[in-house]
Each structure stands twice: as C-alpha cells, then as structure tokens.
Design a protein around this ligand. Structure first.
Ligand SMILES: [Zn+2]
Length: 393
C-alpha cells in the first residue's frame, strides 16, 4: 500500500475540519497527524497536558543531528461562536484566490503545509533534520507548548540551529514581539450606608488607587524604554480595560473588579512588574481597607503570560540568518502580537517568526489565507528542504 499524500490545499482542509477551538480536545487532530507521520516512516512523540485531553506532537524528518530546523505551529484555533460566517467555518471553501475557514491563516495553514511537505522532506536525503513541533493552547496564552519545548531543550531532539514559528507574517521575517500579561484584580471591602464610611470599606476608592498606580507604572516604563527599542510604542505599555464596582451612589461598594494588562518589551521583567503592583496593593492600599473591615482583601490573578521574543544579536541570530539566506530578505520586523517563539527562545533556541497569511485575517469571521501566500510558503519550505540537503548544511 502506498502511503497517502495530501496536496497542501487538501491538508489545510483536513486540519480545518477538526474543531480544535482551544476549550476542546485536539486529540482527534493529533491522532490523524500521528497516523499520517507514521505511515511516512516518522516516529512522532506526544507530550500531553495533565488530564491527557490535549497533546503536543513533535517528530523529526531526517537524521537527528545538531543544526536542524524546527517548524513550529499550534493546532488550536479561536472560537467562532458570536461571529457571523458566510459558511461553515470548519469546512474549507476556496473562492476568488482565497481559502476560507477557521485556522486557514492562524495557523493550521502553515502546519498543514509542513505536513504536506513531509513526503518531499523524507525523500530529500536531508543532511540536517527538519523537526515538526505542534502545540495546543497557544490561543489561551501560549501555555500548551511549554512541556514540549522543555523536552526538546532537554535533549529529546539534537540541538537545532533555528526555530521558525509559522504565525502569519505574510512570509516576512519577524525577530521580536512584546510579552503579554493580563490580570484580574478583585478588591473586597465592606458594604455600608453611604453616610457611614467608618462602618464600611470602600472597594471603589481602593481600586481607584490601584488604577492610578498602574498609570504611574506606565509612566515609569515609558521613562526607562531603551532609545533603540524597535517597538511601537517603544516601552512596556499598560492598560486598564475593565473596571466594575458598586451598586448605587448611596451604598459604599464592597466589591470592585479590575481587568488590566501590560505588554512587556524584552528588557522588562513581567514577574517583577507584577510583584511591584502586588506590593503596592498590600502595603499602600489594603491597610486602609482593613482598618474598618478586617476581612477586606485584594487578590490579583494572572490570566495569561506570553513571554516576549527578543531580537537576537550577532552570531546568536542563527534563525534570522537562515531565513535571510533562504528568502533573500534583508529586512526584519517586529509584530504586536504574542507567539510561542518567546518560549522557544527562553529555552535557548534561536527563534524567529515567519509564516503565511496576514494577522489582519486571524481571529476574524470569514478568516482566509490567500492562495498566493500558500504558494509562497511552499516555495519557502522547498528552499528549506534544499538547504537542509546541501552538504554544507
Ligand atoms: Zn496563532
């Protein structure tokens, strides 16, 4: 029996057909990919989440030697509920030079093209390996890939020269992005009649102090931003997006919620910033609440923490050099969204982002990938195949 092959279009349609919205299991997709890779002679490895409802999958094509390339993509997609689609988002439609469907752009398109290329990679007599690394839970904070990246860094694969994260960049070379950290802070005070503030603890006033402090942290971040920061804006940015407390003007509010975030440049430490905020809350705001209400509290929960991707310098910038060599691009850019690239880089891998499609279409209703971007990505993967089979690779 000959092993089944898929054209890139067929493979994109196949992957899109699995509903892998982040709150669902991705195992049906992983089962399919694992079987496909096995019939092509590969030996894929799963790295599960704790309750074994989702899994990463990595596999090596070619000899497991140092100096290869990791192609990284996530298998989960953002929800389609509350969006109006012209057709079933999990049934890919090709129309007017575009492939429509959830994940065509972000980022099953890239994953599918890598998979469709596996037979070509396998037949190319590679000198250095091409590793595939598929993750889950990227869209909910890049948390799923961590176990797999740790395994890779701990020797599950021979150390690669480069990690290429195929998030949509229109196939342009991207060398940096900010980190994303979002929080939910709950202030608990005590309700009382508005005429008797000494019997209550005003959660809204406490929250106001915290919001003012976030604004101060934003000013401090702006003042310390490096002059050569490639980002727009150049500093770690802060924002308060949700503020909700109280029931009426004549009731002292006992409860207030703050939804806030900051987006770090690589030189700022997200944990230190969170600790700075929490120290202010505990030392400067909470005592006033507890003076009248011992049960008062301020609790900050971290919802998401995406690690920034820093531009690499000099000889360390192996991934950047490789993509420049393969594409002839001499420009490199930064993007405003987070990726799993920061996790790979934090584990010692030289990492860039380069992938098909535009971020403008990601997460949108009627998400699509331009066929022209599919062709560009396949041409890029063929250059990578040729590079990896050269005696000098
Ligand atoms: Zn993505």
């Amino acid at each position: 029996m000959t092993a089944p092959t898929y054209s890139p279009r067929e493979m994109i349609a196949k992957l899109v057909s699995f509903d892998t919205v982040s709150d669902k299991s991705n195992l049906p997709l992983i089962d399919f990919v694992e079987d496909y890779l096995k019939v092509h002679g590969l030996n894929p490895t799963r790295v599960y989440n704790e309750d074994r409802t989702k899994s990463n999958l990595y596999a090596t094509v070619g000899p497991n030697r140092e100096g290869g390339v990791v192609l990284s993509g996530h298998t989960d997609v953002v929800p389609t509920a509350h969006q109006t689609w012209s057709h079933d988002p999990f049934d890919m439609v090709e129309k007017d030079g575009r492939l429509y469907g959830r994940g065509t752009c972000d980022m099953k398109g890239f994953v599918a093209m890598c998979l469709a290329m596996v037979p070509e990679f396998a037949n190319a007599d590679l000198r250095v390996p091409i590793h595939l690394a598929l993750s889950y839970d990227e869209e909910v904070g890049c948390t799923g890939c961590v176990g797999m990246v740790e395994a890779m860094a701990n020797g599950a694969i021979a150390k690669p020269r480069a990690v290429l994260v195929g998030e949509p960049t229109d196939m342009k070379l991207v060398v940096a992005h900010k980190g994303v950290n979002s929080f939910h802070t709950t202030v608990t005070g005590r309700e009382a009649h508005s005429s008797q503030p000494h019997r209550g603890a005003n959660a809204n006033i406490a929250a106001g102090k915290l919001v003012a402090y976030i604004a101060r942290m934003a000013e401090e971040a702006a003042a310390r931003a490096p002059a050569d920061s490639p980002f727009e804006p150049p500093q770690t940015s802060f924002q308060v997006g949700l503020l909700h407390g109280g029931n009426a003007a004549n009731i002292i509010p006992g409860h207030c919620e703050i939804g806030w975030e900051f987006r770090t440049i690589p030189s700022d430490d997200a944990n230190a910033l969170q600790a700075q905020f929490e120290a202010y809350a505990a030392n400067e705001v909470l005592p006033a609440l507890r003076a009248t209400a011992p049960e008062a509290d301020i609790v900050t929960e971290k919802l998401c923490g995406v690690i920034p991707l820093a531009p690499e310098q000099g000889d360390a910038a192996q991934a950047e050099a490789l993509v420049r060599e393969l594409t002839g691009q001499n420009q490199s850019g930064v993007v405003s969204y987070g990726t799993e690239g920061g996790v790979f880089q934090a584990h010692g891998f030289s990492t860039v982002v380069v992938g098909p499609g535009s971020i403008d279409q990601a997460h949108q209703p009627d998400e699509y990938l331009e066929v022209e971007q599919l062709d560009a990505c396949i041409a890029f993967l063929r250059k990578l195949r040729d590079w990896a089979s050269q005696p000098t690779a």
